[in-house]
Design a protein around this ligand. Sequence first.
Ligand code: ADP
Length: 627
Amino acid sequence: MAKKQFKTESKRIMDLMINSIYTNKEIFLRELISNASDAIDKLYFRSLTDDSVGMARSDFKIRLSADKAARTLTVSDNGVGMTREELDNNLGTIARSGSLEFVNNLEQGKENDIDIIGQFGVGFYSAFMVADKVTVISRAFGAEQAYKWESAGADGYTITEAQKDGHGTDIILHIKPNAQEEEYDEFLDQYRLQGLIKRYSDYIRYPIVMQMTQSRKKEDSEEYESYTEDKTLNSMVPLWKRNKKEIKQEDYESFYKEKFYDYEKPLRVIHQQAEGTTSFQALLFVPGRADFNFYSKDFQRGLELYSSGVKIMDKCADLLPEYFGFIKGVVDSEDLSLNISREMLQHDRQLKVIANALEKRIKKELAEMLEKDRENYEKFWKAFGLSLKFGIYRAYGMNKEELQDLLLFRRASDGKPVTLREYRDAMPAEQKYIYYAAGENADKLALLPQCELVRDKGYDILFLTDEVDEFLMQLLQKYDEKEFRSVSSGDLGLESEQEKSEIEEKAKENKPLFDFMKECLGDKVAEVTLSARLKTHPVCLSSKGALSIEMEKVLNSMPNPDKVKAERVLEINGDHPIFETLKNLYETDKEKIKTYSELLYDQALLIEGLSIEDPVKFSNAVCALMK
Ligand code: ADP
């Protein structure tokens, strides 16, 4: 019988499993049980709409049997089973996108820590951590013929015809012999297996049965006898259906870790048991970190959806708004009709009612976390803040009322993240605007000349360091009646009426100088003016109009052939000695003003973190001055 080859990625995963130094080998059982339960779900789901299936809920079970003499452990289910093609496709190729990603990362040498495989849920292949040969005998529901899939390692597998009564799948693990450092006998021990089921698979909704050998006292005698009996190992009541009062925090946490493959505990657990016109149970989690692909197009958000305890969907995206896509969890409702197609489900009224209730609840929980559990909220923000920002941005600001109070920005004064409310409440009475500065990072922003005068007035500044931030500010426009204002554009409203007219006067007086400088710089700038935002620095760049220099940087860094340009204004500090020099030169040596204008402009560019057009010319001009 010719061996078939595994697909490349599958082979990689198999190699890894076979030679695994992963310490937590026991998770293989959880993976196989979960596959068995999914296979039963599929058939049970079908039986609800198709009478010819002829199975009742109580007919389904998963059986575990260990044979110490033969060194085999078998996991059997009476679910849908697999056809020959399905055996070939499903077990010869990697099904989970997570595993694939894991292998890719490994190949690129990104993951050194083998222990992270726990978070990917490697599925069926994990069997090879404890078995040196795996035999799968399966008969698809409705088929006459059963097939046997068998593999003893990464060099391939065979598929042959087989005998099997009834539909379903038997996964037979030929448990590895004990080696020096590794003991495998434990996976044949009934108590150890019982413990593993309790630990990882207690909430599986179908009975997991094992024949256990126990001993009891003989009647009317002091002697003991052993007897065997089928025992159901799992309690079958899903955690979300249990009474909240009886659930410990650790129960939630370990449920989360096992189910969603996270080694960290969640930042918050939301257990909602709603009764009413639409009743449902939801068990939701705010994770402590983003999935490796969370911010990529591949990420699939959604909650696991059950109807009366039967899984109908793995990731129901319609239950969550996009900006809460980081939430993981399970929703179960008796009010969802089971015989509804997935396409119809999208338009289901009950589902919408549940989604709305969840959205409200999540918002409330996040707000509460922000208020009472700041440390965790900040951790949450680090991982998922961008998701909320995009939530406002992508909806053109439509969600702003809902989400703006959940936003955090670092403030200049002490570098701490603050809410808009906190910033607003700390504003001195006379402060006109909510100031912000946008740039690469807080350290660079703190050095920006434009920040100096604002800070000097005792006003704080929000530092915006995400690319989306400034666009977001434009959508928000104001918070609690106070407009947002960039320190780098427009009027900052810092001067008194008198100071203002003094500046205007001075600007008017020197208009010919500024116009001349603008002429020297050509279309590099839209204007040269006297600055009202500088204190000790000689120059800075600001912008006119809707597009800021930061926004220009962001937009031009994107793959887009049409480059944009902000309307730049070169601002000169009227209190700086350089201004007197310029004034004098305007009377005596206009040629020099040309060089100085270019030098000042280049300096302003450097301060903004922009590159200068002609660095050699700049350097030569500086040297000429030093002579
Ligand atoms: P996943 O369960 O994430 O899809 P696995 O590698 O664990 O990935 O399984 C691959 C596929 O093999 C499953 O999607 C399923 O179609 C099939 N499969 C595995 N175990 C069973 C089973 N006990 N009964 C029926 N099909 C199964």
